[in-house]
Design a protein around this ligand. Structure first.
Ligand code: SF4
Length: 325
């Protein structure tokens, strides 16, 4: 296997682009999955004459730019994510996984997809081949919707853990190309449709059925009921540039206080709040924290929509997944 970073990122054109900005000192920020190649990346850039400083912060998405490092360097290269916001002196280096479209089709054929109209989606690493996948699915008789979502997503069909606007609601089911469970689960909650998730690298198909979504929502109801017994609430507003929803946090705080829930706003890049005497957290930062991390945080972490349910402004039947648009 060729493990060189150059198989994954096209740095040649990018280095020219960076040189044209006259930047000398470059910051590098990359997610944990790519840190394996950090020595090689630094060596390549230093050979080109740049001084390089690597961010030690975690990087969960392009919402999570290392602003402190950005102050110290001429330019920051943010690896692996497409931009959700545009920032001066930040260059995004997307990660594209090369995969075989025919093997995606073969994997899909292992399940009998009983729907004709499908919406096609992927994470940013896989979205570059969705036009090709669409053509092949149409050859097989499907009516395929491949839609560009809100400005937060850059490619047709692209979904984020906080944005599913590329899902076309006219479809009867959704096909997702990518890895892991979070995105397809999020799509299923957002769309209330069955989701067929293909991992091109593992050549595996997972199906997320509507009834699994109902189970997930029942678990959230239990958490909401627990939160209704709480007295003190911290409403978290994130200091991360692409997760900042301070206005929403203020609105939710006012709403909670209006129904006698004692609440304060906490501005932070860390949602845990171990030292705060609140029994419940309302999270306006990354929605994945509310859904994935509340067990670790050991107190209910609710989304803005769930806070509205507590305050009686939204009914349980109107449950919606949290998105940043
Ligand atoms: S807010 Fe969360 S889900 Fe959205 S891009 Fe950032 S890390 Fe990903």
């Amino acid at each position: 296997m060729n493990t060189s970073i150059l198989r994954r990122f096209d740095l040649t054109g990018l280095i020219e682009e960076v040189r044209e900005t006259n930047a000398k000192k470059i910051g590098i920020q990359l997610p944990d999955g790519i840190k394996y190649w950090i020595f090689e990346i630094v060596r390549i850039l230093e050979k080109e004459g740049f001084e390089v400083v690597v961010s030690g912060k975690a990087s969960y998405g392009s919402c999570d730019i290392d602003l402190e490092l950005l102050k110290k360097v001429d330019l920051l290269m943010h690896f692996s994510h497409t931009p959700v916001i545009e920032l001066d002196r930040v260059v995004y280096v997307p990660y594209k996984v090369e995969y075989n479209v025919e093997s995606v089709l073969k994997t899909l054929r292992t399940e009998d997809i009983e729907f004709e109209r499908v919406s096609l989606t992927a994470t940013s690493q896989y979205a570059h081949k969705l036009e090709e996948v669409k053509e092949r699915l149409e050859d097989e008789g499907f009516k395929v919707y491949l839609k560009k979502g809100s400005d937060r997503v850059k490619m047709k069909g692209q979904v984020l853990g906080c944005n599913f606007t590329s899902v076309d609601r006219r479809a009867e089911a959704v096909i997702f190309v990518g890895d892991g469970n979070f995105h397809p689960k999020g799509i299923a909650i957002y769309s209330k449709k069955d989701v067929y998730a293909v991992s091109p690298l593992e050549e595996k198909l997972r199906k997320f059925r509507k009834d699994e979504v109902e189970k997930f929502i029942r678990e959230r109801y239990t958490l909401i009921a627990k939160a209704m017994e709480c007295k003190n609430f911290c409403v978290v507003a994130s200091s991360k540039p692409g997760q900042n929803r301070l206005d929403l946090a203020v609105k939710l705080r006012n709403l909670l206080n209006s129904v006698n829930c004692n609440s304060i706003i906490v501005y932070t890049d860390e949602v845990r709040l171990e030292n705060f005497p609140c029994e419940c957290i309302i999270n306006t930062a990354c929605p994945r924290i509310s859904y994935d991390d509340w067990r670790v945080i050991k107190k209910p972490v609710l989304t803005p929509q769930e806070a509205e349910i507590i305050a009686g402004k939204r009914s349980l039947d109107d449950y919606e997944v949290d998105e940043i648009l």
